[in-house]
Structure formats: structure tokens, C-alpha cells
Design a protein around this ligand. Structure first.
Ligand code: F3S
Length: 386
């Protein structure tokens, strides 16, 4: 890989140990993927913040970076942590988990990352523009940034996103290159399955696409999703597969500018059999102790929908803290809790005494059994909260 003189100096350790380590990570990655250079990025989004998923090793790594003087050089945000940083006691999170988690978030703050602790950075202070190169590591945010906003990022892991946050650079390969962003397969969904104001079928469709065509750039036809439905569709495909980008003719950012990228030789249909198959493969129980909405983190509109439909069942709506402030924290009542900084997958639900949860997100249904240690019931919001 070609490096500039300045990049060579960083790699040799002239600019300090922390940034040298980051440069080593990026050069190693670039070599694996045959990148010929490093390019500047506009922002980074870093995952692996939950102490439950990244463990002691993750905490030691970021504290070591902080001690070596690491500092982000581009706007950088962080993913959900393992607990609500302000309300963890009230929610029943064990103290031994909270101490390490708070240390972890503090270390990220000290290196200059914005502690939004949310997987929807694009709805908060980190919203990319069309054509921006990014280094993001949260699969649902990556697919939204690439598809809906027309920004350009690969599916980074937590270490490479952190390395990019500090250097401001990423290897030039994959979805940074226009030639890798063309649609590869057309999907024809049965539009009768898609209600105007619900995200559930979008989440199911996304999961089916990722499961059946994990390396594709799907072209989804006949749909015009809302922002929330885009969020659900992309998160589903990025959870079951390695999908990082989709197009919808005349709707998504690049498809609007260049309709030519929405042509492929193969077309597959998605109907009620496929819908049913996904739901039955993820649904484990009809009983559930807690309803969890907000995977990816909920928008204000999604919160309002839950409030309208809620019937008194214990419910968490996971959302960015900024939205909770905007709304009014008194909504923490009637068994409806606004949970910030974390989510139903990375919070220690089993240690908090929950055995099963109801979710409307295929991504949450995919990960919660193994990561949060609970069984899941998968259904629409309406069915879950009534
Ligand atoms: Fe976000 Fe947690 Fe889902 S990080 S995408 S709410 S698994």
C-alpha cells in the first residue's frame, strides 16, 4: 500500500505510540484487502462499547490507548454501552458490571469521542452527507449511511473504526469505491405485506435478504419506506448477512442520482411464505416478561407509536438520550421506561432477572438469546404491547 511521507512517519512511531498502533491496524487491514492507499474520512462511529460484549480485554485496550495519549482527529461517536448511565440502579443492573462499564465510557470520552451511546448516530450529532467517506462499525448504521444517505463506509470492526477515528484515515477498498456499489440482485416483495405505519415486515424482509443473499447489494423494488422502515430493513439484512448497502429505485440516495445502478439480471420474490419462515425461525416463545422496542434505537415517532398502543405491559423503549431529553423524562411511568445509552441486546438482561423478551426487530431476535441470555418472542409492536 502506498503511504505518504506523513503516514510513514506515523507508522515509524515518530508521532507517538497510540497513533502508531492505529496506523499498524489500518495498514494491516489495507494489505489484507489489497487497498492501494489510505483516504481521509469525515467521521467514525465505534462499536464494542458494552462491557458485556467486549469484556475486560476491550476495557484494557481503550484505557491503554488513553494512557498512550490517543485522541480522535475526526468527529467520532460511540455505540450503546451495557447500561443506562444515569438510571442503571433503578433498572436493577448489578454494581460490578456498572463500574467497569462507566470506566469504559469515560476512557472513550477522554480520547474525545462523543458519548452518544447510540446505534443511530445519523439521527444525532453524526449525520453524514452524500459521498462522505466514513469508518463506521455498527452494521445497522453502516447500511443506513451507505444506502439512505449515500455515504461510503465498509463494515468496520471496533478496532479499525477506533484506529480510523484517531488517524482520520481508512484503507481505500470495498464500498469506498464506486464500482463496488452497483446492485447485484432485484427483490420483488409482495406489497400487501407492508403496512404504511409499521416497521415489522421491513425488518423481516431485511433479515430474509441477508440470510439468503449475504454478500449482495440488493435492489428492493416497489417500496417507499419511511426513515424508521429503512432503519428496520437495513438492520435486518446487516444482522443475518454481511449486507452493507441496498438500493431502492427512485428512493435511496444513489439510486436517485444514478438509476443505472439499479439493474440486475436476477430477480427473486418475497411473499407470505418467506415472511412466515423468517418469523418462525426466530420466534422462541409466546410468553415474555418484558417488551423491548428500539433496535436500532427508536426515533421520536417510534416512541409515540408505542405510547399510543401501550396497554400496561412492562416495556422498554431504547433510544438516544438526546431524544429522551427532548421529549420529557416524565414518560418513565405506566410501566413504560425510556432506556438510554444501552439496548436489549447488550444490557445484562439475564442478570437483571428477565428470562424472555418480546421484540419487533429481527436483529434483536437474532442476537438477544446468545448475547443477553433471554428467549425472544418476535412480533409487531401492536401485538407485543396489547
Ligand atoms: Fe442498536 Fe442494540 Fe440493535 S446496538 S442495532 S439496539 S442490537
Amino acid at each position: 500500500m502506498h503511504l505518504s511521507k506523513e503516514q510513514e512517519r506515523i507508522l515509524s512511531g515518530e508521532k507517538g505510540q497510540a497513533i502508531q498502533k492505529c496506523m499498524e491496524i489500518l495498514v494491516g487491514l489495507g494489505d489484507i484487502y489489497d487497498a492501494d492507499s489510505l483516504i481521509p474520512i469525515k467521521s467514525a462511529h465505534i462499536s464494542g462499547i458494552s462491557i458485556r460484549t467486549s469484556g475486560e480485554a476491550g476495557l484494557n485496550f481503550i484505557e491503554k490507548m488513553e494512557n498512550m495519549g490517543a485522541e480522535v482527529s475526526v468527529p467520532s461517536t460511540i455505540n450503546p454501552a451495557g447500561l443506562d448511565l444515569q438510571n442503571w440502579k433503578e433498572l436493577g443492573v448489578p454494581e460490578k458490571i456498572s463500574k467497569k462499564q462507566i470506566r469504559m465510557v469515560e476512557a472513550y470520552k477522554k480520547i474525545g469521542a462523543r458519548p452518544i451511546c447510540s446505534c443511530v448516530p445519523y439521527l444525532t450529532s453524526n449525520r453524514p452527507s452524500y459521498g462522505d467517506h466514513l469508518a463506521w462499525s455498527e452494521s445497522s448504521a453502516i447500511v443506513f449511511a451507505n444506502s439512505v444517505l449515500g455515504a461510503k463506509t465498509n463494515r468496520e470492526g471496533a478496532p479499525s473504526a477506533l484506529a480510523s477515528a484517531i488517524t482520520g484515515l481508512t484503507p481505500y477498498y470495498g464500498y469506498h469505491k464506486d464500482e463496488n456499489r452497483w446492485g447485484t440482485l432485484e427483490i420483488e416483495p409482495d406489497i400487501d405485506l407492508f403496512s404504511k405505519d409499521d416497521t415489522f415486515s421491513y425488518s423481516v424482509l431485511g433479515y430474509w435478504i441477508g440470510r439468503e443473499f449475504p454478500e449482495s447489494v440488493p435492489i428492493v423494488k416497489n417500496l417507499k419506506p419511511t426513515m424508521e422502515q429503512h432503519k428496520a430493513l437495513g438492520a435486518g439484512m446487516a444482522a443475518s448477512g454481511a449486507v452493507a448497502l441496498y438500493h431502492i429505485p427512485k428512493v435511496t440516495a444513489e439510486a436517485e442520482k444514478n438509476p443505472e445502478i439499479c439493474k440486475a439480471d436476477e430477480t427473486v420474490e418475497f411473499g407470505s411464505d418467506e415472511h412466515e419462515d423468517v418469523v418462525s425461525s426466530l420466534d422462541q416463545t409466546s410468553e415474555y416478561d418484558l417488551v423491548c422496542i428500539g433496535c436500532p434505537h427508536a426515533s421520536v415517532n417510534e416512541l409515540k407509536t408505542v405510547m399510543e398502543k401501550a396497554g400496561g405491559k412492562e416495556t422498554w423503549v431504547c433510544l438516544p438520550r438526546e431524544f429522551k431529553r427532548r421529549i420529557n423524562s416524565q414518560l418513565d411511568e405506566n410501566n413504560l421506561k425510556l432506556v438510554c445509552d444501552t439496548c436489549m441486546v447488550v444490557a445484562p438482561l439475564s442478570e437483571m432477572g428477565y428470562e424472555s423478551i418480546g421484540v419487533n426487530s429481527t436483529k434483536a431476535a437474532h442476537y438477544a438469546p446468545s448475547l443477553a441470555g433471554v428467549k425472544v418472542h418476535l412480533a409487531s409492536v401492536e401485538e407485543l404491547v396489547k
